[in-house]
Design a protein around this ligand. Structure first.
Ligand code: ATP
Ligand code: TZE
Ligand code: MG
Length: 254
C-alpha cells in the first residue's frame, strides 16, 4: 500500500482551511501523493472529475467555500472515488454543525476528526470548545463505531491512540509523538493522507489505517530528533519522505 502510494502518486484535491494549506500540501508531497488545493465553486466540481481522491475540511468555512465543497463531494460520490470529511470544531458553532450535516448527504468514505469532533458528531448533546480535542481518542471507541455504522463509512479518531473503524472492524494504532497535537493542522494533514491512501486501495478501512500508521511511524522517528513542535514539523516531513518499504511492519495494531 505504501509502495502503491509512491508508485501511483494519486492526485488529491484538497478543500482545506487557510491554516492548513501549506502543511497539507507538503505532507502529501513528502508521502508520495500529489496535492491540488482547489476549492472555489467555479472549479471545484470540475477538478473533482480529474482527482483520485478529495478531502473536504471545514476548518475556516464560509458560504462560497461550502458551495465548492458540495460540488467536489457530489462529483466524488458520483464517480466512486474516495472523499474524506474533516469536521473541524463541528461541536463549536451552529454553522459548522449545519455544514457537516449537509455535506453528509454526499456520503463520505471516511470521517476523520479528533475525539471531541467525533463525539460531537456521534451525539446531539456533546459540544466542543474549538479545534483542539478535550477528550481522549480511546474513550470514544463505542461512539466512533456507532457513528461509522450510522453513516456507513469509516470513522477515524486521531489522538494518542488512533481509532479506525467501519462499525464492524476496529483497529487501534499507537505510536507518534506526544507533541504532535501542538503542530497545528497535523490532523488536517492526516485527513488528506487518509484520502491519498484510500485512492490506492479499494478498502477505506485499510487506506485510513495505513495513513494513520505512516504518520505514527514517521512521527515517532521525528520525535527522536525534534526539540519541540517547531522542529517536529519539518522532521516529520523528512521522516515521511524517508520511510522505507516495510516501515509499517513494526506498527502496533490491535
Ligand atoms: N498524544 C499523542 N501521542 C502521539 N500522537 C498523537 C497524540 N495526539 C495526536 N497524535 C497524532 O497527531 C496527529 C494529529 O492528530 P490530532 O488529534 O492532534 O488532530 P486534530 O486535533 O484534528 O489537529 P488539527 O485540528 O490541528 O489539524 C495524528 O496523526 C495523531 O495520531
Ligand atoms: C487553528 C485552526 N482554526 C481553524 S482551522 C485550524 C487548523 C487546525 O484545525
Ligand atoms: Mg482537526
Amino acid at each position: 500500500m505504501h509502495r502503491s502510494l509512491r508508485e501511483q502518486a494519486p492526485l488529491v484535491q484538497c478543500l482545506t482551511n487557510y491554516v492548513s494549506m501549506d502543511l497539507v500540501a507538503n505532507l502529501l508531497n513528502a508521502a508520495g501523493a500529489s496535492p491540488a488545493m482547489v476549492h472555489d465553486d467555479h472549479e471545484a466540481g470540475e477538478m473533482a472529475s480529474l482527482a483520485s481522491a478529495v478531502v473536504v475540511n471545514i476548518g475556516t468555512p464560509s458560504p462560497p467555500w461550502v458551495s465548492g465543497m458540495h460540488a467536489a463531494a457530489s462529483v466524488a460520490r458520483e464517480r466512486g472515488i474516495p472523499w474524506v470529511l474533516d469536521p473541524v470544531a463541528v461541536g463549536a458553532t451552529a454553522y459548522r454543525r449545519e455544514t457537516v450535516t449537509a455535506l453528509l448527504a454526499h456520503r463520505p468514505s471516511v470521517v476523520r476528526g479528533n475525539a471531541s469532533e467525533v463525539l460531537a458528531m456521534a451525539s446531539a448533546t456533546a459540544a466542543g470548545r474549538g479545534v483542539d480535542s478535550t477528550h481522549e481518542s480511546d474513550q470514544v471507541v463505542a461512539p466512533a463505531q456507532e457513528l461509522a455504522t450510522r453513516l456507513a463509512c469509516v470513522v477515524v479518531v486521531s489522538g494518542g491512540t488512533d481509532v479506525v473503524t467501519d462499525g464492524d472492524r476496529t483497529l487501534l494504532i499507537t505510536g507518534g509523538d506526544a507533541r504532535m497535537p501542538l503542530v497545528s493542522a497535523l490532523g488536517c494533514s492526516a485527513s488528506a493522507l487518509v484520502a491519498a491512501c484510500c485512492a490506492v486501495t479499494p478498502d477505506p478501512l485499510v487506506g485510513a489505517a495505513t495513513a494513520m500508521a505512516l504518520l505514527a511511524v514517521a512521527g515517532e522517528r521525528a520525535g527522536r530528533t525534534a526539540a519541540g513542535p517547531g522542529t517536529l514539523r519539518p522532521h516529520l516531513l523528512d521522516q515521511l519522505h524517508l520511510l522505507e518499504p516495510g516501515a509499517l511492519a513494526g506498527v502496533t495494531l490491535r
